[in-house]
Design a protein around this ligand. Sequence first.
Ligand code: ANZ
Ligand code: ZN
Length: 810
Amino acid sequence: MDYDFKIIEQKWQARWESEKTFEAKSDPARKKYYSLEMLPYPSGRIHMGHVRNYSLGDSTTRFRRRRGLNVLHPMGWDALGLPAENAAMKNKVQPYNWTMQNINSMRGQLKRLGISYDWSREIATCEPEYYRWNQWFFIRLFEKGLAYRKKGTVNWCPSCQTVLANEQVINGRCWRCENPVTIDELEQWYFKITDYAEQLLDGLEQLQDWPEKVLVMQRNWIGKSKGAYVDFAVEGGQEKIKVFTTRIDTIYGATFVVLAPQHPLLNSLWREDNTGFREQARKLRQEQLLHGKEDLEKKGFFTGVYAVNPFNQERVPIWVANYVLMEYGTGAIMAVPAHDFRDGEFARKYGIPERIVIHNREGLPGTEEYGTVVASAEYSGLSSDEAQKLMIERAEREGFGKGATTFKIKDWGISRQRYWGTPIPMIHCPHCGIVPVPDSQLPVLLPLHIEITGEKGSPLSHVPEFVNVTCPKCGGPARRDTDTMDTFVDSSWYFFRYCSPHEQDAMFDKNEVRYWMPIDLYIGGVEHAILHLIYCRFFTKVFHDLGMIEFDEPIKRLFTQGMVIKDGAKMSKAKGNVVDPDQLIERYGADTVRLFSLFAAPPEKELEWSDQGVDGSYRFLNRVWKLVAQYSGSGKAQTGKQLSDAQKALLRKTHQTIRKVTQDIEERMHQNTAISAIMELVNATTDYLSAGGKADTIVGEALETIVHLLNPFAPHMTEELWQGFGKQTLLSAEPWPEYSADLAREDTATIVVQVNGKMRGSVQLPRGAVQELVLQAASEEEKIQKHLEGKSIAKIVFVPDKLMNLVIKE
Ligand code: ANZ
Ligand code: ZN
């Protein structure tokens, strides 16, 4: 009988579906496990990155289900966003239809892969049943002052008369008409994530099971800095320039003050009309916006006005420069060219003097270093720390400054001048101002059949039926907000929705969420380390503060899988190195594709695509198929008889393999080493048989174990083989095998290792290991090695299986 994966895979997929094998039900009597992979954007086709992500998630999920946990493993679609709108323009299709078609074909692909999702919980964020809760929550944020409006910058194409998303700006030009893009300022909606900066930072402490690199990225993104605000009075006026500095100890070295190009003080600083300066500031601002802050050549100009250093009353010139950002701190700095790298660069370019006020330990001027304060009146001689403390005290006493903490994280701008997103549930009334849509009128439906031209502003503003409303407060004519929400809003809480996906009266059912959340394991790409993974933590904290949930971190364990690459580059359409999962499934079957994507590399590392590798996985499954089919059921009872050494060895290997595979999946998520352990067991069994071993119960146990252990990776084939054993049950719902520690125990000895008579460690080796082997193992042990480093061994005392004493010369 051949391994006919086509028939087998269809058969078991149909069976799982009809038996609802993977549907989850909350059950407080059982321990739960919420297993989640990041939801995909329905672009139309899944790619190998998805296959890897979902195969990894599915193997751990199947494993945990079989370990007796009550598992939730849902899937859905991040279905709003720009590509649907682009497709609509290009192919004259409706975004909704385009999206639904894509979802249908991708769902089919995932089903063909045999991923064990609970499809009864599927959601798509473009459905009103979903996005109405974005709107509901937006209004709660608005009521709390956590959603507000301010001017924000957008990319603007003057010829298409429209706002462009960052992805639509290619080398500073519009993707459609290729004209240069400008920057414009528009009133937009923001979520006040900065109110949660401290909590988002503190919460990271709880996240023990997150990759360190993600924690570091989040910490940097939040960017907490301790320092001080100091006011510099403007000479000859009432105004004050408030600066933020982390180094108040260098204030005697401040030789100028710098304002960001759009600092509001610039409007009042010049007593006479000075359009020239204003124009210069505007140019600096444009540059800043177009280039971002990296690698921007430092540029600026002197305003002609001076400020006064409050510590020593010194006059310092006020400059405007492009390296100071309005968005951080106060948008103004005291510049200390001797000790701040950026100020130094700027000062040298414009010939502004420097003054050294810090000496490092060697008594030299140090850049950005802490040290001893010099040339700073009564503070001279103090350490940076002491000086900071005393200077802040003085500033507070005399009222010109205070100790302060700032954060780099900015409020989250969520307005998009786009069509295919959640309509912002707000009404602009000429009498009442901004009025939220009453909850009873939600959802504000996205009109479905509209023409998208990509021109003349937000598409929704051209739909009068949408725009024109009556004000809920005064009943007069008013206009709807025509912006839609950033799609990161949708993905910030979708996993709450999975807990009760059909709930009509709330975002989610509290009891279901109490049972299922937080997520036990979340798998996705590291590219989401900041935005998505900060936003969803923010939402969770707000849910908590609104009394909707009792916990305040949504994800217990995060795992970031590596990319799939081919010929050294990330697979992408542009590079033309894409491998189509469907073609592979057609040719080799889903089990092979899944197995390969997990076997070829540790999950957190890059996976280099290889056709031979896929072939190898396919051949391996065929070998297992033949081996099991040939021998199953032929085992003879072995009771009461002494086992031969070969039998003992195979039995030991079987139990060791259960132990290794269990630990590899459960603790390290190293499916690759788990799979190679199974391969070893397959080899050991084959060797046993070809050395003349009988197909006895020992072989029977080995084969059954192989089928069990391979199940999370190759679920279809193993179900078929399980049935071949004469079993009536579904393997997917069978308990995971237990290993016997006794049977798994190697015939090993623990050899104590001493150095000059002192015990420094021990090594475990097979009984009877010879001196050279023990010495080698000992010198590979870090604890022992450090006593041997750089020394030569004069003598070795060796008692086999017990002790090795190394006598060394100092
Ligand atoms: C004087 C000084 C002397 C500074 C010195 C640093 C070193 P972090 O640590 O990243 O928070 N700064 C403040 N606001 C800024 C803005 N809006 N745009 C650009 N730079 C700004 O950085 C804080 C430091 O960055 C502040 O401390 C300020 O320069 C600068 F030897 O003040 B410092
Ligand atoms: Zn009104």
